[in-house]
Design a protein around this ligand. Structure first.
Ligand SMILES: Cc1ncc(COP(=O)(O)O)c(C=O)c1O
Length: 382
């Protein structure tokens, strides 16, 4: 498809765009039950449009955007008990995890480095190990699909540069025992990175009884960096991943000189990056506040539990009781069931590793969507 010789009119271009948009699924339809992203909060859309020109790759030109990024990251740091932490808004959880493991690798600077990962770690770590030349060593999970800390301990060698725990696994929303991992990290002087891409903007807003035992942040001495994605439960516009380092010492392990730009150094892997996502993230934080996030989290958890209870009443087995906003269940043929649900318009995932159907309840999911899903499920799987 070659580039047109003569351009189209604005009207014709917009008409084509609208046609393409029609083909996209809409969060507001309630049928997307497989994504960890959601429709942006209305204030995020406004902020995003206002800052479309902003490039945080050259922040000296966009001082207002830089201030918003810093303030948003400070809000996140305070949520994660990171008194001295340093953070950046990046393209997503993948880049955030990459920055963390790059810092850990650089900090230790040894040959044939290894990283200890839970078997449930996000697939971004597979890419990252390839990119950074890290050998992944996989630790086993316990019966509740959380990493077994004894297995983590056994995986450590003199080549280990980092270990990873997840606060909200992508497949089940399980939260690893980060407190135990932190103890191991401190004892063995190993860098601990926590991937809280999903849970980081959810766990702090859970009811105290649901939050107990889920400490995952800088309160724990061993935690050196945390990934938290505003473009997931933070309801901001894409792309907005977050990486926070415990302090400058770790952040500076990935500092690069940028001789011809307005700032003389950069920490992020990408150069040019949008300030619009920073503005949108800042705007959602300011607009919702702690109470707003608590309300949204409460609603997601309530619907998750409603779905889990109904599924059990229908006779399906849950893979684990949900901790966050993911329900994973099994039928006699889960793979076929997922295909049938898909044909019926329901976007749910099939997880081969666990042979289950996975449903994610995000802020765009409403009670009537859950009931409609359950009705269709009953019809399909009689
Ligand atoms: C736990 C976890 N880590 C990392 C990622 C990667 O995030 P992204 O797709 O924003 O790069 C995800 C994505 O769903 C995730 O759930």
């Amino acid at each position: 498809m070659p580039l047109r010789t003569k351009g189209l009119t604005k009207k014709a271009v917009v008409a084509e765009l609208k046609k393409a948009l029609e083909q996209d699924s809409k969060y507001s339809d309630g049928k997307i039950l497989c994504s960890m992203c959601t429709g942006p909060h209305p204030i995020a859309k406004i902020a995003n449009r206002l800052f479309l020109e902003s490039n945080l790759g050259d922040p000296g030109l966009f001082l207002g955007s830089l201030r918003l990024e810093r303030e948003a990251m400070k809000r996140l740091a305070s949520l994660l008990n990171g008194e001295n932490s340093v953070g950046f808004l990046v393209s997503g959880g993948t880049e955030a995890n990459l920055m963390a493991l790059l810092a850990a690798r650089n900090a230790k600077n040894i040959s044939d480095p290894e990283v200890v990962l839970p078997k449930s770690a996000h697939f971004s770590f597979t890419k990252i190990c390839g990119l950074l030349g890290l050998k992944p060593v996989y630790a086993n999970l316990d019966n509740s699909c959380r990493v077994d800390s004894a297995s983590i301990q056994k995986c450590l060698t003199s080549k280990t540069v980092a270990m990873v725990g997840t606060a909200g696994t992508a497949e089940l929303g399980a939260v690893d025992p980060i407190d135990k991992l932190s103890d191991i990290a401190v004892r063995n002087e190993i860098y601990l990175h926590v991937d809280a891409a999903l849970g980081g903007l959810m766990i702090p807003f859970l009811e105290p009884s649901d939050r107990s035992g889920l400490t995952f942040d800088f309160k724990l001495e061993g935690v050196k960096s945390v990934t938290v994605d505003p473009h997931k439960m933070g309801m901001t516009t894409l792309p907005a991943g977050g990486i926070l380092f415990r302090n400058n010492r770790y952040a500076d392990c990935i500092r690069t000189e940028t001789p011809y730009l307005t700032e003389k150094h950069q920490h992020t892997i990408v150069g040019t990056r949008t300030g619009a996502a920073a503005a949108a993230t800042w705007a959602v934080f300011e607009s919702l506040g702690r109470e707003g996030f608590q309300k949204i989290t409460r609603q997601c958890i309530k619907l998750t539990r409603l779905l889990a209870t109904k599924l059990e009443a229908f006779g399906y087995g849950l893979v684990v009781q949900p901790t966050l906003n993911i329900v994973a269940f099994r039928s006699s043929n889960s793979s076929l069931l997922q295909k049938k649900l898909l044909q019926c318009g329901w976007f749910v995932s099939y997880v081969p590793r666990l042979d289950c159907v996975r449903v994610v309840i995000m802020p765009h999911t409403k009670k009537n969507h859950i009931h409609a899903f359950l009705r269709d499920l009953r019809d399909i799987d009689r």
